[in-house]
Write a protein that binds this ligand. Structure first.
Ligand code: NAP
Length: 279
C-alpha cells in the first residue's frame, strides 16, 4: 500500500519504520527539511518532503503532528488528495479532533496508539514501538465501514491490541491512565524541587533511583504533549485531577492520624488493583 505520514516525529517516524518493514511504500511530510532528510536516512520513509502535494495518490494518510496542527493539516491536505483516501490520526485526545475533522473529511477514522517514550522528534523514532500495546480507534456512526477496515488492515500487523470506543469515552479513560499521570508526575518533580534546603535537594537528586525514574518518567517527557493533553482534554483532566486531590487529602489525613490500619488496607488494595491496569 502507499501510505502517507504527516509529522515525522516519535510516533510518525516509528510508524514509518514499521510500515516500511511490512512492505508498504511510505511517503512522509514534515515541517522541516532536515527532519525529512533524517527520516529517509533512518528508513522511516521512502521519500519525505515539506510539501503535502507528495501525498496526492496515497491510499491512507496518518496525521502524526502535534494535536494543535491536526485539523489545519487535514484542511491543507484536502486540495491534494482524492475522495477515496482514508485519513487517520494518532492524537492523544479524540473528541475535539473527531468533532472538527469529521465535517471536513468523510473518510476519517480517529486513532490513538497507546505507546510512547520520554523522547520526541525523528531521532527518537524506533522499530516495534507499538507492538504489544493498545491501539484505539474511535469511529462514529458516520465513519464509513471500509475506512475503518482499511485502517485496521494497516495497524493490525504492527501486533497491536486493537480497541474501538467512542471519542468521549476514550478521552475520559485516557485522562485516568495517561493525562492524569503526566500532571501528577510533573507535580511530583515540582514538589521535590521546592525543598527549601539546597543540601537536602542535592542529596535527593544523588539518591534518586529506580522508583523516582518510574514515577517521574511521564512528567519529565515532551512538554508539548502534556500541554496539548490539558488544552484539548481539559474537562476530563480537571475531573481526574480533582478526584486525585481528594484522594491525596485522604492519604494526608490517614498518615496525620497515624491510622496505620487504613493506610495498610489502602496499600493492599492498590497493590492488588494495579494488575488490572498493567501486568
Ligand atoms: P513529536 O515527536 O514532537 O513529533 C511531531 C512532529 O511533527 C515533529 O517532529 C515535527 O517535525 C512535526 N510537525 C510539527 N508541526 C507540523 C506541521 N504543522 N506539519 C507537519 N509536521 C509537523 O511528537 P509525537 O510524540 O510523535 O506526537 C505526535 C502525535 O502523536 C501527537 O498528536 C500526540 O498526541 C500523539 N501521540 C503521542 C504519544 C507519545 O507518547 N509521544 C503517544 C501517542 C500519541 P519537524 O521536525 O518537521 O518540525
Amino acid at each position: 500500500m502507499k501510505i502517507g505520514i504527516v509529522g515525522l516525529g516519535l510516533i510518525g517516524g516509528s510508524l514509518g519504520l514499521d510500515l516500511r518493514s511490512l512492505g508498504h511504500r511510505v511517503l512522509g511530510v514534515s515541517r522541516q527539511e532536515r527532519t525529512c532528510d533524517i527520516a529517509v536516512a533512518r528508513g522511516a520513509a521512502d521519500e519525505a518532503v515539506t510539501d503535502l502535494a507528495l501525498l496526492a495518490d496515497t491510499d491512507a494518510i496518518f496525521i502524526c503532528t502535534p494535536l494543535a496542527y491536526v485539523q489545519t493539516t487535514v484542511a491543507q491536505l484536502i486540495p491534494h488528495i482524492s475522495l477515496t483516501t482514508i485519513v487517520t490520526d494518532v492524537g492523544s485526545v479524540k473528541a475535539a479532533i473527531v468533532r472538527d475533522i469529521t465535517p471536513l473529511w468523510r473518510n476519517f477514522v480517529g486513532g490513538h496508539p497507546m505507546a510512547g517514550t520520554a523522547e520526541s522528534g525523528i531521532e527518537a523514532a524506533q522499530h516495534g514501538l507499538f507492538a504489544g500495546n493498545p491501539y484505539v480507534l474511535t469511529p462514529t456512526e458516520a465513519t464509513p465501514l471500509d475506512a475503518i477496515a482499511l485502517v485496521e488492515s494497516i495497524i493490525r500487523p504492527l501486533q497491536v491490541r486493537l480497541y474501538h470506543c467512542q471519542p468521549d469515552e476514550h478521552d475520559r479513560a485516557v485522562a485516568w491512565i495517561s493525562h492524569l499521570p503526566v500532571m501528577v508526575s510533573a507535580s511530583l518533580i515540582t514538589a521535590c524541587l521546592s525543598d527549601a534546603d539546597p543540601a537536602s535537594l542535592k542529596l535527593a537528586q544523588l539518591l534518586a533511583s529506580s522508583g523516582f525514574r518510574d514515577t517521574s518518567r511521564v512528567g519529565g517527557g515532551n512538554p508539548e504533549l502534556g500541554l496539548m493533553m490539558a488544552r484539548y482534554n481539559r474537562e476530563e483532566v480537571l475531573r481526574s485531577l480533582r478526584v486525585y486531590r481528594e484522594t491525596l487529602d485522604r492519604m494526608i489525613h490517614t498518615i496525620d492520624q497515624q491510622d496505620w490500619t487504613t493506610l495498610e488496607e489502602t496499600l493492599q488494595q492498590t497493590q492488588a488493583a494495579r494488575t488490572r491496569f498493567v501486568d
